[in-house]
Design a protein around this ligand. Sequence first.
Ligand code: XLS
Ligand code: MG
Length: 398
Amino acid sequence: MSKSVTPAGFSIGGWCGINPGGDPFGDAVRNIGMDEFLDVLGKTAIKRVSFHDRDLWPDDAAPGLVTEVIGHTKERCSAAGVEIYNFTSNNFSNPCFRSGAFSSPFPQVRAAAIVKGCNAADHAHEFGAKHVIWWGGREGSDGAYEQDPGLGLARYMLGLKICVRYGIEKGYKLIHTIEPKVYEPRLLALYAGTGASAASAIRHYFHEPAFAGRVLVNPEYPQHVMMVNLDPVFELGQLLEEGMLAPFIHFGGQIAGRMDCDLPPGFGSNVYTDFMIVLTLNRRGWNGVVEFDCRPPRTTTSCQGLTGFLNGAVGYWQMLEDKVAAYFADKHIAELEGALMAAEDSTVASLLTASSVTKGVGQLRAGFKGFAAAANVNTDVIEAYQRRVMGIITGTAK
Ligand code: XLS
Ligand code: MG
């Protein structure tokens, strides 16, 4: 069995590169500007970059300044050989969004979020970006449950839908992606806080044909899921099965159960889970972009350190891909997968397509050999499978 295990390539948030490494308790430790970061990036295997509006200009910048910065940034990216991949409206840093953005209880704030979001659609188009990311960092509550949660969600999706529709009317070929995160900075991110809830909201609020395929989910694995000890692998499987996964994912490192760590990929993480993420993508023939959304640790202070971080991120993903390639090449895995993922038998396969389910279930009953017979299946194969996978990950499989 041989499958391609090469993603379309790598990207990184510009905000990760210029992150000064400060935290609520400590001052900045780095001072790397966007131009300098782009030059460093151009010398690595990461050939795409994404921006928030606020990474490039202040929220109240005059249109002339914005045009100038867009021109300058495009030039610097092209000089560095880096493509501008995603654009996103920062609807979380400005103090006006302290009560939420699209979902704020206050109409003036909701209007501000919509204006900023539509500007972002314009700028994404001007930059030639492919997707607009919508991470609702402030959409939620700090514990007061200040409005009906369904109303909050409806307001969130109305604001987003206006921005998406605006882009469609303007003729932009943009895909919009909701980036779920269970909490932080709001203490409770109730609205579309997981991949499954984001997908459900998209199906409900964007069901009209004009929006088909226009709004998808870009998860951030493992950080946004493992920060509450949930499992990214099953969530990813669901998004792929339901056709809701964006053509890119965010990736980084996370210590399970902590606030969003955004560590270098592999740091603090669970290699088994990371391997299963890459395997799950490859099984489905996903050929998207891996966008790193993580940053160097606070102890990394130089451009040399930054380069090490960037190369390390790519190297960790490639290591996982090599292991996935070994998995697909392994004949024991092929046998075990055969036992665990065998196709449905013909009676069950035809139950829903036949004119009568009742008739088919009757046949199933007639052939049913009892629960003891069902209990006789060899489930040891599951442990054998897991041991083999562990052997491939650790390089100990013989
Ligand atoms: C925050 C998110 C953010 C988005 C873009 O946790 O990961 O960085 O990716 O706004
Ligand atoms: Mg992210």
